[in-house]
Write a protein that binds this ligand. Structure first.
Ligand code: NZQ
Ligand code: ZN
Length: 393
C-alpha cells in the first residue's frame, strides 16, 4: 500500500425528511446568506425547493437563488453564479440536485473568492483549490458522490463553440454537510437511475484496476460496493419506490467517490476522461457514456494484468476460475458487466448515441487538448484512446 493522507470532513445527514433540517445545518456551519443553486426544475416540481426555503426561513437564514444548471454543467452559468454571489455577499452555497448542480456550486464557491478566471483550476493553470466558500449539498441523485468528493467537473464553452469538460479538485471542495434523503430519488426517470448505478460502479472499477500491489482492504471494499450495486441496481429498476434499495444505492454513491475506497492505491480514471468527450459531443448522461466505454476499456486493458481481471470476474461477476486459461475467465467478467449495463437500460455502443467512426479521432484529440495525462493502469495516448473508442463503436 502506498503512503496517503485522507481528510473527509463532511457531516452526513441521512434519511427521511432530512431536507427539512437544511436551515439548522447552514447555521451550524456558519452561513448567514445562502445562494441556493439548482437545475432545470425537478426540485420545483417535487416541492423540495419550497421545503428547503421554509427550513432556511425558520432558521433565519437569508437566501438568493440561481437555477438552470444543465446536466454536465456549463461554465456560462458558473460565471453568472460568481457574479451573483459577489453582488449579494453570499457566504454559503446550497446546491440542491445531482452532481451537475453540486459541481457548479463548488465552482461558484471558489470562483467567488478568486481574482482570476475560475477556469484556471480546470485547465491546469492553477493546481489544487485551497480557498472556497463553504458548500452544503442536498442530493437528489445517487451517482457522482459529489456530496462528499473533492472534485468539481465543469464544461467550458469556448468562443468557437468547442467544449472542454475538465475537473478541478481540493479538500476544501468537500461539502461541509450532505443531506441525503433516499425518498428524493423516487422521482428520478429510469434512465437517470441507471446512469447513476453505472457511474457508481465505474468509480469502483477505475480504482480496482491498479498496479499497486497488496491493497486487499480497498479491493474488498470496492467489490462490496459493486456487488451491492448489482443487487440493488436490479431491484430498484423493477421497484423505483423501494426505500431500502434507494438507501443502499445512495450511500454506495458516497462510499464509492469520497475517496475511502481509493486510499493507498493508484487509480486509473482513463475511462472517465474518455467519457467526458461522449457526454459533451452527444449529450448522453455521464453514466450512459461510462456504460459504453467501460467494457471497451476493460477489453483493451485486460492484457496488462489478466489475473486481476480474472479475480474481478470470479469475486464480483460470479464466474468460475479457469486456471489453465485465466483470460477466458477475464473475458467472461467483461461480458457480464456489459450485459448488466444493458439489462438496466444503458446503451452499449457509441453508434447507439449517434457517434460515427469518423468522429473518433476528433474525440481523442479534444480529450488531449491542454490535458496531456490520462490513465494509469493503461497510460492513454491519443492513438490508444481512439482504439478504445473504436472498440466501443
Ligand atoms: O436539472 P433537473 O431538473 O434537476 O433534472 C436533473 C437532470 O436533468 C435530473 N434529476 C436530478 N435529480 C432528480 C432529477 N429528476 C427527477 N428527480 C430527481 N430527484 O437528472 C438529470 C441529471 O442530473 P445530473 O446532476 O447531471 O446527474 P449526475 O448526478 O449523474 O451528475 C453528473 C455530473 O457529475 C459529474 C459528471 O461528469 C457530470 O457532469 N461527476 C462529478 C463527480 C464529482 N464531482 O466528484 C464525479 C463523477 O465521476 C462525475 O464525473
Ligand atoms: Zn463518474
Amino acid at each position: 500500500m502506498e503512503n496517503f493522507t485522507f481528510y473527509s470532513p463532511t457531516y452526513f445527514v441521512f434519511g427521511k425528511g432530512t431536507e427539512n433540517e437544511a436551515g439548522q445545518y447552514v447555521k451550524k456551519y456558519g452561513g448567514h446568506k445562502v445562494l441556493i443553486h439548482y437545475g432545470g426544475g425537478s426540485v420545483k416540481r417535487s416541492g423540495l425547493l419550497d421545503r428547503v426555503k421554509a427550513s432556511l426561513d425558520a432558521a433565519g437564514i437569508a437566501h438568493v437563488e440561481l437555477g438552470g444548471v444543465q446536466p454536465n454543467p456549463k461554465s456560462t452559468l458558473v460565471y453568472e453564479g460568481i457574479e451573483l454571489a459577489r453582488k449579494e455577499n453570499v457566504d454559503f452555497l446550497l446546491p440542491i440536485g445531482g452532481g451537475s448542480v453540486i459541481d457548479s456550486a463548488k465552482a461558484i464557491a471558489f470562483g467567488a473568492l478568486y481574482d482570476g478566471d475560475f477556469w484556471d483550476f480546470y485547465c491546469g493553470k492553477q493546481g489544487t483549490v485551497t480557498k472556497a466558500l463553504p458548500v452544503g449539498a442536498i442530493t437528489t441523485l445517487a451517482a457522482s458522490g459529489s456530496e462528499s468528493s473533492t472534485d468539481s467537473v465543469v464544461t467550458y464553452v469556448a468562443e468557437d463553440g468547442k467544449q472542454y469538460k475538465r475537473c478541478a479538485d481540493g479538500d476544501i471542495l468537500r461539502p461541509v454537510f450532505a443531506i441525503m434523503n433516499p425518498e428524493l430519488l423516487f422521482t428520478l426517470p429510469p434512465y437517470q437511475t441507471a446512469s447513476g448505478i453505472t457511474d457508481i460502479i465505474s468509480h469502483c472499477i477505475e480504482r480496482y484496476f491498479t498496479k499497486t500491489p497488496e491493497v486487499e482492504i480497498t479491493d474488498r471494499m470496492l467489490e462490496a460496493v459493486i456487488l451491492t450495486m448489482l443487487k440493488e441496481g436490479k431491484r430498484v429498476m423493477a421497484e423505483p419506490d423501494n426505500y431500502a434499495a434507494r438507501a443502499n444505492i445512495m450511500w454506495a454513491a458516497t462510499v464509492a467517490m469520497n475517496g475511502i475506497t481509493g486510499v493507498g492505491r493508484a487509480a486509473d480514471w482513463g475511462t472517465h476522461h474518455m467519457e467526458n468527450e461522449l457526454s459533451t459531443s452527444y449529450g448522453c448522461s455521464h453514466g450512459a457514456g461510462l456504460a459504453i466505454l467501460t467494457p471497451a476499456w476493460m477489453t483493451y486493458a485486460m492484457n496488462v494484468d489478466v489475473m486481476r481481471f480474472a479475480q474481478f470476474a470470479t469475486r464480483v461477476c460470479g464466474c468460475q476460475m479457469n486456471f489453465a486459461h485465466p483470460e477466458v475467465t477475464a473475458k467472461e467478467g467483461i461480458e457480464f458487466m456489459r450485459s448488466f449495463f444493458k439489462s438496466i437500460g444503458m446503451p452499449s455502443s457509441i453508434s447507439e448515441i449517434g457517434g460515427k467512426d469518423e468522429d473518433l479521432a476528433g474525440l481523442a484529440e479534444n480529450m488531449f487538448h491542454g490535458a496531456p495525462n490520462h490513465g494509469n493502469f493503461v497510460k492513454l495516448t491519443p492513438q490508444i484512446a481512439e482504439e478504445i473508442y473504436r472498440l466501443a463503436l
